[in-house]
Design a protein. Structure first.
Length: 284
């Protein structure tokens, strides 16, 4: 499709062999019909899925000829550990990494640096640029990081530092009010001089209870009209899924019309909603 924005889809490494089979045999082929520009694969809490993430990214690139972006975090890793993982990724043909600090492991509320490790994600960006050979991305938070007590403006300043450290692009945390993305983008570009792509991350919701859980974990705000609609649908997940598709499609229209460089979809390893959004938009 002429003029189609850059589309990307995100997966997490399945815990079981059957889950991986389903992802590679069903979910990914279904999404490939929309010709995404790339996919990303998460790294798991505390780097717990390191080997699975590496293996999955390698398989996606080799078996599906789809560029894959590997997430990498600083959790439970020394600098030497990270260098080994980065070198392993390079040897497997992986050239794209999303550099993240990572969440505190084990449900802890407080971040603690691993002895001999890195404390901030900008340091991981610097390490990747020092090693070289990678396109490096990082995460951005339109509403501010949930752990940032100084507020979103302070958080956006730290993001600008990550870009100065060498990040080539930013993928945002999920959000449900496009005004938050535009305020984030405008401040970063006009006030802080950020000139790399700021890719909005969206989640087509499929369950009211699941959506509330996700937003509590990441600090995303549910707009009043959106929340009222979710509440009215109750536990009818089929109706919530249909609403999520329509709402996400409208977010996409507004974001792209407002100049967003593309859209990153949090798929939760399911094809239906993301495929339906893309079909509704004519982007498939």
């Amino acid at each position: 499709m002429a003029g189609k924005p850059a589309i990307s889809v995100e997966f997490f490494p399945p815990k079981t062999d059957e889950g991986e089979r389903k992802l590679l045999a069903e979910t990914l082929p279904a999404l490939l019909a929309a010709k995404p520009h790339y996919c990303s694969v998460t790294y798991g809490a505390g780097g717990s899925t390191r080997d699975k993430t590496l293996g999955l990214v390698e398989r996606i690139q080799n078996e599906f000829d789809l560029t894959a972006l590997m997430h990498l975090t600083c959790v439970h890793a020394t600098r030497e550990d990270l260098v080994r993982v980065i070198q392993d990724a390079y040897n497997r043909g992986i050239r794209n990494i999303l550099a993240l600090r990572g969440d505190p492991p084990g449900g802890s509320q407080e971040w603690t640096k691993t002895e001999g490790g890195l404390e901030y994600s900008y340091q991981l960006v610097e390490l990747l640029r020092e090693i070289g050979g990678f396109s490096v991305g990082t995460a951005g938070f339109p509403e501010g990081h949930i752990a940032q007590t100084g507020g979103k403006i302070v958080d956006w300043g730290y993001l600008a530092e990550k870009v100065k450290a060498g990040a080539h692009f930013v993928v945002t945390q999920l959000f449900f009010d496009n005004a938050d993305y535009f305020a984030f983008r405008d401040y970063l570009t006009s006030k802080l001089g950020v000139d790399v792509p700021l890719v909005p991350g969206l989640l087509p919701v499929v369950s009211g209870s699941q959506t509330k859980k996700f937003t509590q974990l990441c600090g995303a705000r549910l707009p009043s009209a959106f929340l009222a609609r979710l509440e009215s649908l109750g536990t009818d997940d089929a109706a919530v899924t249909d609403f999520g598709i329509e709402y996400c499609a409208q977010q996409c229209r507004e974001l792209v019309a407002g100049g967003a460089p593309g859209v990153h979809f949090y798929t939760l390893n399911r094809a239906h909603s993301t495929s339906a959004v893309l079909k509704l938009l004519g982007w498939n």
